[in-house]
Design a protein around this ligand. Structure first.
Ligand SMILES: [Zn+2]
Length: 238
């Protein structure tokens, strides 16, 4: 977190989510059929379980921001490039060339802007994106101000995969790649398209608390959708 004080205005800059233009991917199961309404027959407990993973939880807003700043701002960027296209098998040169622009031109412009204002930011990178554009990570790390976080292996759709073992395989690959490329294990995570599967939170919870690497398979029994506060889910947060 960083405070910028100006006459009459103090701004705290923490991290910011720059909204991507694509809509989050959601499966039919998540959205539900427009005609089927199973929720009309759910019990009180089923209703509570359904909303539990989406609760805000305890507030993290401090009584006062550092330097008596009036507002907190968070800057972050998703460096997707061609990854989400390749995930679905897109090989059109025309389409891929547009995604290449971000790596070749867009990222440099963003980094220059952040340098100009000496502002820190977080960059969430699918590992395949870094693999195809290996110059990106060194350029982001050059200033020493920015964080690099996990954004999937190839910007895969986790709800579409809907398989704990396969999601864990891709998450493991992504963390291993970024760890080698950056020289340290990433601690930040943003789901591709911001879309969690029923397994995502359990996998992330384990990956951020595991004492050693590589981890042993933690979570095949942890389905948030079934029981968000189940003992099997809690037990992996060791
Ligand atoms: Zn993304």
């Amino acid at each position: 977190m960083r405070s910028i004080s100006r006459p009459g205005l103090a701004i705290v800059i923490a991290a910011v989510a720059i909204a991507a233009t694509r809509r989050p991917v959601a499966t039919t199961a998540q959205q539900g059929s427009p005609t089927a309404q199973p929720g009309t027959r759910w019990s009180d407990e089923q209703l509570r379980q359904a909303v539990a993973p989406a609760r805000v939880g305890r507030t993290l807003t401090p009584r006062a921001w550092p330097g008596n700043a009036r507002v907190a701002v968070c800057l972050s960027f998703d460096v997707d490039n061609e990854s989400y296209l390749l995930a679905r098998g897109e090989t059109s040169q025309t389409t891929l060339s547009a995604a290449d622009f971000g790596a070749e031109t867009g990222l440099a412009r963003i980094l220059q802007m952040l340098d100009r204002y000496q502002v820190p930011a977080s960059f969430f990178i699918p590992a395949v994106s870094a693999l195809l554009h290996p110059q990106m990570i060194p350029s982001i790390l050059e200033s020493g101000r920015h964080e690099i976080g996990v954004h999937g292996w190839i910007h895969e759709s986790l709800p579409a995969i809907d398989n704990a073992a396969e999601e864990e395989r891709l998450l493991t690959q992504a963390i291993e790649y970024l760890t080698k490329a950056t020289g340290k294990r990433p601690v930040g995570y943003r789901a591709p398209s911001w879309a969690f599967s029923a397994y995502t939170l359990g996998l992330i919870r384990f990956s951020t608390t595991a004492a050693s690497w590589p981890w042993t398979s933690p979570t095949s029994s942890c389905r948030m959708g079934n029981s968000p506060a189940s003992s099997s889910c809690r037990s992996i947060g060791r």
